[in-house]
Design a protein around this ligand. Structure first.
Ligand code: HEC
Length: 381
């Protein structure tokens, strides 16, 4: 009677009619998921009494395949590690709640949780991140804001990632440092990036101000002397590059392939453009400004997703350098590192042979699919 309500035979249909845009061969994935589920259910018939337990377990499994609610998703995909007493140093939900949702998304897309994130759709990643993370809006305390502009400071020959020769060398005259004074450096101030655990771009220093981005997409202009905040700009995704400053603008790219120019004094957006149309394009290389053009290296997450998600249809990303007009953000040219336009090819490599029961990988323990022994003699691993 209870099973009838669930209508197991309709599981395939229900799965197939709710496709996930990121998974190309969804029908095939549904078949695998539902046949797995059905064998689990028939196994449970043998194992679990009373019937009430049976219902609870079935409803859990059906959620496992079709659930959309972010709290249930978090329970299923994250809680097994992020729970009290875990021995692997996974932060507890209370700690995650203090992180901004953008930095949680960044962890799932390109950070420490990428392996887990690659098995979710873009929608699922975002809804879980929004569910467990906080909003950035209140992140900067008013007392941290600068009350005056920096006193004028000598400007550097170059800024951003590097000089034209890629030496990354600032002469002592401009750096204010020599090999003798370097060992005597003392901490003057420290700045804690609100809501994130990671910031990876080299800071850019121009005219007494520091420009730096963080994993949640916040870009900061700080006072080099005191660490107070002139402005913050919220990019759509994590900013890992060293911003480059010129023409009164600060230029940077984010982990969704967007490039930005903001007013270097106020942080107001001047233009924003996508460097590459591929949905998995990311910008991790710092842009270079030269003679009115901004040169942006674009990389992608195609192969890395394919490595952890067998259903992902690889490889359509080509890699490129894009030249943008520095004033307007308009694309002047794009040169691909893979010349050929991608086209579908027959799969030549069969999936590698697997050892052991595939359900061990998915559920962490083996379940028998037929009832060969009495329930009491079964082991629950
Ligand atoms: C297999 C275990 C495991 C699973 C599953 C897992 N995590 Fe984690 N997670 C960890 C561990 C371990 C760390 C700490 C890693 C470190 O600091 O090096 C971590 C760290 C994080 C961080 C902090 C990242 C940072 O930059 O410091 C976030 C955010 C996070 N996890 C979110 C999630 C979410 C959301 C899910 C579910 C979609 C999830 N995790 C699933 C084990 C896991």
């Amino acid at each position: 009677m209870l099973l009838k309500a669930l209508e197991i035979s309709k599981l395939d249909e229900s799965c197939i009619s709710n496709p996930k845009p990121e998974i190309a061969n969804w029908t095939e994935v549904c078949r695998r998921l539902t046949s797995n589920l059905k064998s689990r259910i028939s196994d449970l018939r043998c194992r679990i009494r009373p019937i009430s337990k049976f219902l609870v377990v079935i409803s859990l499994f059906s959620t496992q395949v079709f659930a959309q609610a972010p709290d249930a998703q978090f329970q299923m995909r994250c809680s097994e590690c992020h729970k009290a007493g875990n021995a692997i140093n996974a932060p507890l939900p209370d700690t995650l709640r203090q992180m901004t949702w953008q930095s949680i998304l960044a962890a799932l897309e390109t950070g420490k949780m990428k392996g887990v994130g690659d098995t979710l759709t873009a929608k699922e990643r975002e809804s879980i991140a929004r569910y467990i993370g906080s909003d950035t809006s209140a992140a900067i305390m008013p007392s941290a804001k600068c009350s005056a502009s920096p006193s004028t400071v000598a400007s550097n020959d170059w800024n951003g990632w590097s000089d034209a020769g890629n030496t990354r060398f600032q002469p002592a005259r401009l750096a204010g440092l020599t090999s003798q004074t370097t060992p005597k450096l003392k901490l003057k101030w420290a700045f804690g990036f609100p809501g994130v655990t990671t910031a990876s771009g080299t800071p850019t220093i121009v005219g007494g101000k520091i420009f730096i981005g963080a994993a949640d997409g916040a870009v900061y202009s700080l006072d080099a002397n005191t660490g107070c905040v002139y402005w913050t700009y919220a990019a759509a995704a994590g900013v890992r590059v060293s911003p480059v400053i010129g023409n009164g603008y600060a230029y940077f790219g984010d982990l969704r392939g967007n490039v930005y120019a903001v007013n270097a004094d106020t942080g107001a957006l001047i233009w924003r453009t996508r460097a590459d149309d591929h949905p998995l394009a990311v910008i991790t290389g710092s842009p270079k400004l030269e003679s009115g053009r901004l040169y942006v290296p674009v990389s992608g997450r195609d192969e890395s997703i394919a490595a952890t998600n067998a259903a992902y249809e690889c490889c359509t990303f080509r890699g490129s350098i894009v030249a943008l007009d520095a004033r307007t953000g308009k694309r002047v040219w794009q040169a691909y590192t893979v010349d050929e336009t991608p086209k579908p090819r027959p799969a030549r490599i069969k999936p590698a042979r697997k050892h052991g029961d595939p359900r061990v990988l998915r559920y962490g323990r083996v379940q028998q699919s037929t009832c060969k022994a009495k329930p009491s003699t079964r082991e629950r691993a």
